[in-house]
Structures are given as C-alpha cells and as structure tokens.
Design a protein around this ligand. Structure first.
Ligand code: FAD
Length: 459
C-alpha cells in the first residue's frame, strides 16, 4: 500500500531547504501540503502582515503547482482540520517546522493530542535550533556576545532537499480559490524572495557602513521573507561570505534573530514580563496621561520629527528601518515613560515583519529590561540621532510634508527655528505641526529616576 504523509506549513512557506517538506517528500510515496489559516492569528495581524501572509500562501500554491499539485487550504481550528485531512489522505505522520511562541506550542500540543498518528517537528525558521547553542554549563547565554561566539562556530545543519513523493491535489473544497476567494490578490513566492537574496548578495559588502543610514537602502529588507519562511535563514548563513565586513555584520544579525528565538523558547512570556524582574516595579505613566502620550506617539504627532516620520511610515507601509525602530521605541519608553508592552503590541500589529520573539526581544533591549539590553540610562537624543543619520532630512521630508520647507538644520527640531524661519517655511507650531510633547532633557531625568527607584525597591 502507498504510504502518505501530511506536511502542515505554518511560518515556513517555501519548498526549498525546508526540513519538514524534505522529510515528508523523501519518506513517503505521497504527500499533501496543507495550510490552516487561523482566524485569531489573522485578526491579530495588521493590514500589512495579513497582506504579506496571504500573498505568500498564493506563492506557495504556485510553487507547488509547478511541482505537480496544489496547496490544500482550510480556514479554522487546526485541532479539527489537521486530523481530518490526515485521515482523508491516510497519512501515517504529520510533519511540521516547530515554532516557539506560546500560541504555537499550545496549538501544536492540542493538534498532537487530537491526531491518531504522530506529529513530527523539525526546525526550518532559524539557523540553529533552540537548545543547540549553549554555554559549557548547558544553559542559554543571557549575554549576546558569548552566544554569538558559540553560534558562529556551531556546524550548520545540512541543507534539506525535497524528495520525489507524489504531491496530492486537494479536493475542490480545499483549493485556495475556494477557501480564500477574494482575500488573495497579490502573489509572492520563494523564487521572488531568492531573487531578492541574489540582489542583496551584490550589495552586502557595504552593509556594515550603511546599515544605520535609514534614508538609504542599506539593509536587505529580508525580514518579511524571513518571518514567513520564504527564505531559509540557514541558507543565508551558508551563502554569505563572512570574510568581508559586510557579510560578517549581516550574519551577526541572523544570530540576534536566533538568540531572540532561543530566549523566547525559554521565556514564552517575553512579550509580557520584563526579563530583568527589578524593572517590573517601574512606575510607568498611567491613566489618561499615558493614553494621550501613547496616541500622540502612535499617530506620529509627538512634535519630534524623527519619531513622527517613523510612526507615520509604519502606519502607511508596515515598514520601519531598524535605527528608526530603536529611536521610536526609545522615545515611547524613555521620553514618554509609557510601558514598553504598549509599544510592543502596536509594532507587532503594524509591522509586516511583526514577530513576537524579534519584536518583544528588541523592545526589551530598548527598554533596558532584557537580559543583554541597552543600559537603562542610555537614552537616545532624538534630535542628535536625526541629524546624525539623516543630515539632509530626506526621510523626514518624505513623511512630514508639512515640514518640507524648513532648512536642513531646522527640520530636525522645528521648535528651535526662529519665528521668521518658521513663517518662511509656512509652519506654525501647534497648527501645521505640534510642539514637542515633552522636553527631552527633563524627560530623561524623570525616566532615570523612575528606573533608579525600581532598582532601589528591589534591594
Ligand atoms: C523595537 C524594535 C522592534 C523590532 N521588531 C521586529 C519584528 O517584529 N520583526 C523582525 O523581524 N525584526 C524586528 N526588529 C529587528 C530589526 O529592526 C528588523 O529585523 C530589521 O529592521 C529588518 O530589516 P532588514 O531585513 O532590512 O534587516 P537587515 O539589517 O538586512 O538584517 C538582516 C536580518 O537580520 C535580522 N535582524 C536584523 N536586525 C535584527 C535585530 N535587531 N534583532 C533580531 N533580528 C534582526 C532580521 O531577520 C533581518 O531581516 C525590531 C527592532 C527593534 C529595535
């Protein structure tokens, strides 16, 4: 009798270098490729992440059709759908690439229990799997650099090659056309993502010099493809030439990505709890004042152009450069003294690459609450950052049309411009553009005091 395996895709929407798919197609005679669209996850994703996900599903369907058959797609609870499809095709096993979030581990437990056949997990969304890069004491390092030293020396897992199993076509009710109907308009597949990688390999040599210049295209913009698994991070680590500074610096970022994934596997509450417990005692701004501050930040109306341009770009495109993410996050936490968790939730919803492990890990880094975080007293000066990384104000002008006519010097801090210069540029503060919501120097002092108080209460 012919053996069958069900490959259930989640955040690994590619066929190449995909350990679960390689296992399924090389261990059985027949394979069905299934995606279960989970309504709560779709609802939690903002417009940009949802669009990218649906486009990637369409792309996976296309890639599969080129290999012989279409994707099976269902909308609903995987604990109901996966066992049903497994039974329908007579699967002896279900294979997946594992994930580390609370949601995914609870879901997988539930599905496993509901299945009559085993569910086998692989790792296809990281370079090195959680638990495989440890200190001599067999623990996960709480400091990045020692983690990185071990990570970079660890042997890369082997590439995963697809086998020759026959791919089973879905019945009509499970086709993408029947299931997602009008939801998918765009298509985005792994071949396009690999073209993006090829383009990036031609530019990566200058990455270390240009990665902070947010007005330029100095980074790979591969994070969305990595989040949905259109690109294998293992493959990236393999093809990048770490003999040059750009390649080495880029691969180090992949190690940060792995580190936050490994931390999340150990601390699934990373988005809820400060990993330095003393900072659970910080007295954040609260009540209507906190809400007003958060809304001004969210809407790009703080009066600090660098923060406002970043937040408006996020809302309009689902994208923000890493340097801007650091500046905007720092401003919410350390200038407005608003709890980092509020910002983490907003970013995760709005970013096309919104990812619990990466987002919460980075927010805790910025807030100083993570294990190897920026010290709490390191507070970005938004005007200094703005002048340093976008001296001509090109990015500011793109997202803040009301400020375009200010000079290259004044656009970073309109409240410091003379009344004549403001008038010449057509800007009246609190009319076209807000005055600063807080005074940075004053806010900095208050934040340091709030953090110090939290520390002193712990002693
Ligand atoms: C407050 C804040 C929130 C963030 N939220 C997310 C998020 O939700 N999802 C997400 O993927 N990244 C997040 N990052 C990390 C980083 O900003 C993005 O990965 C990066 O900007 C994506 O652009 P890129 O692909 O051009 O990156 P590149 O500079 O080209 O880097 C290559 C890849 O390395 C990884 N990487 C780069 N920087 C980091 C980092 N600091 N931490 C972890 N991985 C990194 C990403 O996968 C990225 O695609 C966040 C950073 C901050 C400061």
């Amino acid at each position: 009798m012919r053996s069958a395996v069900l490959a259930w895709f989640r955040r690994d929407l590619r066929l190449g270098d995909n350990p679960a798919w390689a296992d399924a197609t090389s261990s059985a005679d027949a394979v069905a490729a299934l995606v279960v669209v989970e309504p709560p996850l779709l609802a939690a994703a903002g417009r940009w992440r949802r669009q990218a996900y649906l486009a990637a599903l369409d792309g996976l369907d296309q890639s599969l059709r080129e290999s012989g058959a279409a994707l099976w797609v269902a909308v609903g609870d995987p604990a109901e759908v996966v066992p049903r499809v497994a039974e329908q095709i007579g699967a002896a096993r279900v294979v997946v690439n594992a994930d580390v979030t609370r949601w995914s581990t609870a879901r997988d437990r539930k599905v496993s229990q509901a299945l009559a056949v085993p569910m086998v997990g692989h790792w296809g969304t990281v370079v090195h799997p959680p638990g495989s890069v440890l200190t001599t004491a067999k623990t996960l390092s709480r400091v990045f650099t020692p983690f990185y030293k071990r990570w970079v020396q660890a042997t890369l897992p082997p590439a995963a090659y697809s086998g020759s199993a026959k791919i089973l076509d879905p019945p009509q009710e499970f086709t993408i056309a029947a299931t997602l109907k009008d939801l998918t308009s765009d298509s985005w597949n792994e071949r396009q993502a690999l073209d993006q990688v090829t383009g990036w390999l031609n530019r990566v040599n200058t990455y270390h010099d240009r990665r902070d210049q947010f007005a330029e295209a100095g980074t790979s913009r591969l994070s969305v493809a990595l989040h949905f698994g259109l690109v294998s991070p293992r493959y990236l680590a393999e093809v990048l030439d770490t003999e040059n500074d750009g390649g080495a610096s880029f691969v180090r970022q992949l190690a940060w990505r792995d580190w936050y994934t490994h931390l999340t596997a150990e601390h699934p509450d990373i988005d809820r709890v400060s990993l330095r417990p003393q900072f659970e005692r910080i007295e954040w701004t609260s009540g209507p004042e906190a809400e007003a501050r958060f809304c001004a930040w969210r809407d790009g109306m703080t009066g600090y152009p660098i923060v406002d341009c970043a937040m408006r770009e996020l809302a309009a495109t689902g994208w923000m450069h890493n340097r801007l993410r650091m500046i905007a996050a720092s401003f919410l936490v350390k200038d407005l003294l608003v709890d980092w968790r509020w910002g983490e939730r907003w970013f995760r919803r709005m970013l096309a690459d919104g990812d619990l492990a990466q987002n919460a890990g980075n927010w805790q880094w910025v807030a100083g609450t993570g294990p190897d975080a920026a010290p709490y007293f390191r507070i970005f000066n938004p005007v200094v950052q703005s002048r340093r990384f976008d001296p001509q104000g090109n990015h500011l002008r793109r997202w803040l049309p009301e400020l375009t006519r200010l000079t290259d010097h004044d656009i970073h801090a309109p409240w410091q411009a003379t009344p004549l210069d403001l008038a010449a540029a057509g800007v009246t503060l609190d009319c076209e553009y807000p005055s600063p919501i807080v005074d940075h120097a004053e806010a900095r002092k208050q934040t340091i005091a709030a953090y110090q108080q939290a520390i002193s209460q712990t002693r």
